[in-house]
Design a protein around this ligand. Structure first.
Ligand code: HEC
Length: 113
């Protein structure tokens, strides 16, 4: 019996290592959702998760590619809006992709939409 226990332990550790290395690689290709959630605290002070408010559009549940296009356009000053231009100018491509992945993923939770 003790022998079996010793055999199983390295196997479990190997499994953990494989999952750990594959997981983040997949997430990054689509934008790092966890990073996006972290960065979103700044956005949601204006963009309410429950829908449009005070003339500020809702940005949840849109395709990630659409959000990336919009944010990049603000950053490149192709879309006019001083607030969003300033906000987007501080974001890297990776951060924009992460935010887009996060907000796009909120589709299901946005008040039944
Ligand atoms: C100070 C308030 C404020 C903050 C903070 C803010 N936004 Fe905005 N955002 C706005 C306003 C106002 C608009 C509408 C601008 C316009 O009419 O073009 C907008 C527009 C947008 C749009 C385009 C929506 C559309 O359909 O035209 C996106 C995408 C967006 N914001 C994403 C973000 C993200 C991501 C963050 C956080 C990194 C963020 N915003 C932070 C106020 C804010």
């Amino acid at each position: 019996m003790p022998k079996l226990g010793l055999k199983c332990l390295p196997l479990l550790m190997a499994c953990g290592a494989i999952m750990g290395s594959v997981g983040p690689a997949v997430a990054q290709a689509e934008g790092d959702r966890a990073l996006g959630e972290y960065l979103s605290s700044e956005c949601v002070s204006c963009h309410k998760l429950t829908g449009p408010s005070d003339g500020i559009p809702s940005i949840v549940g849109r395709p990630a590619a659409h959000l990336i296009t919009l944010l990049t356009a603000y950053r490149d000053k192709k879309r006019e809006n001083p607030i969003m231009q300033m906000t987007a100018s501080r974001l890297s491509d990776e951060e924009i992709a992460a935010l887009a992945a996060y907000f796009a993923s909120l589709k299901a939770t946005a008040q039944g939409r």
